[in-house]
Design a protein around this ligand. Structure first.
Ligand SMILES: [Fe+2]
Ligand SMILES: [Fe+2]
Length: 171
C-alpha cells in the first residue's frame, strides 16, 4: 500500500465504537471462561488485556475526542460526567491489575467493570456520539490523529505490563 497509515475507519465514531465492540466481545469471552471453570492464569491474562484496551481507549477519548466534542457542542456537564465515569472505571481497572491470578475477587471485579463500561458506552452512543454527529466536528479528519496516538499508547502499554513475580502471566 502506498500510504503507510491509511485511515481504516470512515470516521472517529466508528473507530471508537469498534473499540467498544471489541471490549464487549472480550467481556463475553471472560464470562465464558468463568462458566468453563478455566484456569485462573488464562482468565487473568484476558482480564489484563481488557484493562489495557480500555485504558488506551479512555486515554484517546480524553486527550483528543472529548475536548473536541466539548468545544463543538458546548455541553460541559455531559463531558464532565463521562470523564467521571472514566475515573471510576480506572479505579476498578487498578484493582484488577493489583490482583494475583487466583484472587477470589477477580471474576466479580471483571463483572463490575463490564457493567460500568456497558453503561458508559451506552451513554456515549446515545448522547455524546449523537450530538457529535450533528455538530460541525471534522469526525473524519480526526481519525489519523486518534489512530496514531492509539498505536503509541499501545506500544507503551505493552512495556508497562511486564510480568512481575506476583502476576506471572501479566504480559
Ligand atoms: Fe468513554
Ligand atoms: Fe468510548
Amino acid at each position: 500500500m502506498p500510504n503507510p497509515t491509511p485511515p481504516a475507519y470512515e470516521d472517529v465514531l466508528l473507530l471508537l465504537d469498534a473499540d467498544h465492540k471489541l471490549v464487549k466481545k472480550m467481556f463475553i469471552e471472560y464470562a465464558g471462561l468463568v462458566e468453563d471453570d478455566a484456569p485462573a492464569a488464562a482468565k487473568q491474562q484476558l482480564a489484563l488485556k481488557i484493562c489495557q484496551d480500555i485504558t488506551v481507549h479512555a486515554q484517546i477519548e480524553e486527550e483528543i475526542f472529548y475536548p473536541a466534542v466539548r468545544e463543538a457542542i458546548g455541553d460541559d456537564g455531559l463531558i464532565d460526567h463521562a470523564e467521571e465515569e472514566h475515573a471510576q472505571a480506572k479505579e476498578k481497572i487498578a484493582e484488577i491489575q493489583r490482583m494475583s491470578a487466583d484472587d477470589k475477587g477477580m471474576d466479580d471485579a471483571v463483572k463490575e467493570l463490564a457493567t460500568m463500561i456497558d453503561e458508559h458506552v451506552m451513554e456515549e452512543l446515545e448522547k455524546m456520539f449523537l450530538q457529535a454527529q450533528y455538530s460541525d466536528l471534522d469526525l473524519r479528519g480526526m481519525v489519523p490523529q486518534l489512530l496514531a496516538r492509539k498505536k503509541q499508547l499501545q506500544a507503551q502499554g505493552g512495556k508497562m505490563k511486564e510480568p512481575t513475580k506476583k502476576n506471572q502471566v501479566a504480559a
